[in-house]
Ligand binder design. Structure first.
Ligand SMILES: Cc1ncc(C[n+]2csc(CCOP(=O)(O)OP(=O)(O)O)c2C)c(N)n1
Length: 629
């Protein structure tokens, strides 16, 4: 590892104040070096962080943190922030179990003033901090840093709308690299491109002076904000930007890698006490050539060889994501009415291929899950067959739209929720731990979970033919267990699949989706010890196949449900409730599910096992209560 002479002295951003501007250039270099060296070993978010190096160094040198506050949107681009807040030593634990989070967390550091993971929250949160400061009479500055994709989300505009009216002392920094994870989309993106084409701020003092000289009189100059030598000047002269119309001073565009100019700007902006909007142009992947060329590929990385600039190609069994992508293409070929929607996640949801093959039937709505859901509802009402592919965690954003726009009207939108269950390294903001709870209480919606990738494809085809109302399919991150039996029954409405049963069964295990392979493994291992259990692949979470569960459960007297969802409102509780309602008092139901807690980050097998979602834990449970002889 390179010796990071200056960076290793920094515990808090205020330590930057002791460095000269020239030394700050070296700090920026060291921050970039640290990201390259550390993240190539740990894996994690990569290209977005290379793009925020100078921006972070400049802000943190110009402001006083604490007490000033910088709120980062999403948090995946805040590694420079972590490095400038004394976490260099902990960097090799990034995203590891019990190590440093990949996002910001209020309980990880006092300067992680607001946690995130989902995009579009920073401006609202920063405005809240500013309002709190104003109420208590504080003096600290508040800055929100958002991306060109995050700012397109509805919530960001709700906050800008409010911020312009509150007219208080806070600053929004737009980190505009033209990229979401994939290239950014939408009319606003075109608008930012037009703003980008204006001359960038270079030499502030010189340009402010030349404008002042062109101003007709001193009053006009003061009114233009030139007493600070900065504001208004950089707004376009012919027309105001949309941000000015909304009550912000627009400053930009500025080269987000030009540290001296950024320092000058932020030192000036810090003196202002009204809503300011700084538009910085950055390059995603800056400083690492292959990442600059293909920021999409290098958005999130697994450990890789820094010198060879190569990431290992992932091989292995087909993932659920790939299987959904294939299924979407198959369904499009089968039915010309089928269309697909993603909210800024074409690669993550597996729709990249679909987008290439059916460009006019593919819609990337940007980070706008709520809109995506209601857009799909409109398409369904208009006679199309929308496949709305949104990760479980991000569909939380669209709960009301699912309920109000889709389900009340019984519209046949097909939801495909990838990353249902524990996702691993991204942690609590990204686990899909709640979709069973927040979807199954909504009337009309049916919910399925495939045990493997083949079943996912079959379920996708099944939903294509189902026009009676909304459907949702949940499936986990990763690949399925190819040790599961190939023997299959066709997908039938409300019918589970019995994988194994016995007259001498010690328990009837009803497993949901990803947990089928856990139950199957437990069954194989128990059999070697002479203990047999029934294994039911639930397939249907709503409606539940109570008939099959009761039939097998009545013989064993013991039903164990297992699911990768919160216990409260989950599948198991509904099985228990359903069996009790139907009068099956002789069947004891045990629920294995996620506890009522936010599960921390860590490798999937580790955190699943900690939550009791493993074959070992299931075997232990079955054996503990199993009376042999
Ligand atoms: C609500 C929500 N939807 C989707 C995502 C997935 N996601 C993470 S980062 C990202 C792109 C962010 O792009 P931008 O805001 O421009 O920041 P950049 O990475 O370019 O710095 C997306 C879509 C998310 N975090 N939150």
């Amino acid at each position: 590892m390179t010796n990071l002479e200056l960076l290793s002295q920094i515990v808090l951003p205020t330590d930057l104040h002791k460095f000269s501007d020239k030394e700050l250039l070296q700090v920026a270099q060291e921050v970039r070096q640290a990201i390259l060296e550390r993240v190539s070993k740990t894996g994690g978010h990569f290209s977005s962080n290379l793009g925020t190096v100078e921006l972070t160094v400049a802000m943190y040198a110009a402001y006083s943190l604490p007490p000033d506050k910088v709120v980062w949107d999403t948090g995946h681009q805040a590694y420079p922030h972590k490095l400038l807040t004394g976490r260099l030593e902990r960097f090799d634990t990034l995203r590891k179990h019990k190590g440093m989070s990949g996002f910001l967390k209020r309980d990880e550091h006092e300067l992680d003033v607001f946690g995130a993971g989902h995009a579009g929250t920073a401006i609202s949160a920063a405005l809240g901090f500013a309002a709190a400061r104003d109420r208590v009479g504080g003096k600290e500055k508040v800055v929100a840093v958002t991306g060109d994709a995050a700012i397109c989300s509805g919530m960001s505009w709700e906050a800008l709308n409010h911020g312009g009216e509150l007219n208080t002392d806070f600053t929004v920094v737009l980190n505009d690299n033209r990229m979401s994870i994939a290239p950014n989309v939408g009319a606003l993106t075109s608008y930012f491109n037009r703003l980008r084409s204006r001359p960038q701020i270079q030499d502030l003092a010189q340009r402010a002076k030349s404008l002042a000289e062109r101003m007709p009189n001193p009053i006009h100059r003061v009114a233009s904000g030139l007493r600070h030598g900065i504001t208004h000047y950089f707004a376009p002269e012919e027309t105001g930007t949309i941000f000015e119309e909304m009550g912000f001073e627009y400053i930009g565009p500025v080269d987000g890698h030009d540290l001296p100019t950024l320092l000058e700007i932020f030192r000036n902006v810090r003196e202002l006490d009204r809503p300011i909007f700084v538009h910085a142009i950055t390059v995603k992947g800056k400083g690492y050539e292959v990442a600059e060329e293909d920021a999409r590929k290098w958005h999130g990385v697994v450990p890789f060889d820094l010198q060879a600039c190569e990431m290992a190609k992932s091989s292995g069994p087909v993932t659920f994501t790939q299987a959904f992508g294939d299924a979407a293409v198959e369904c499009a070929e089968l039915d010309p009415k089928m269309v697909a929607i993603t909210a800024a996640m074409p690669d993550g949801t597996g729709l990249t291929n679909f987008a290439k093959q059916f460009p006019d039937r593919y819609y990337d709505v940007g980070i706008a899950e709520q809109h995506g859901v209601t857009f799909a509802a409109g398409q369904a009402a208009g006679g199309l067959k929308p496949f709305c592919a949104i990760y479980s965690t991000f569909l939380q954003r669209g709960y009301d739209q699912v309920l109000h726009d889709v389900c009340i009207q019984k519209l046949p939108v097909r939801f495909f929720m990838d990353r249902a269950g524990l996702v691993g390294d991204d942690g609590p903001t990204h686990h899909g731990a709640f979709d069973i709870s927040f979807l199954t209480h909504i009337p009309h919606l049916v919910l399925l979970a495939p045990r493997d990738t083949t079943e996912l494809r079959e379920m996708a085809r099944w939903t294509l033919g189902y026009d009676r109302g909304p459907t949702a399919v949940r499936y986990p991150r990763g690949a399925s267990d190819d040790r599961l039996p190939e023997l299959r029954t066709p997908i039938e409405f409300g019918r589970s699949e019995v994988l194994t049963q016995s007259d001498q069964s010690a328990a009837t295990v009803v497993a949901v989706g990803s947990m089928v392979s856990v139950a199957w493994e437990a069954a194989q291992r128990l059999r070697e010890e002479g203990i047999s259990i029934d294994v039911i692949n639930a397939r249907w979470i709503k409606p539940i196949d109570l008939e099959a569960i009761a039939r097998l459960g009545a013989r064993s007297g013991r039903v164990i449900t297992i699911e990768e969802n919160a216990r409260i409102g989950g599948f198991g509780q509904q099985v228990r409730d359903g069996l009790a309602e139907a009068g099956h008092d002789g069947i004891r139901v045990e629920v294995v599910a996620l506890p009522d807690a936010f599960i921390e980050h860590g490798a999937q097998p580790i955190i699943r096992a900690e939550a009791g979602l493993s074959a070992d834990a299931l075997i232990e449970r079955i054996k503990t209560r199993h009376r042999v002889g």
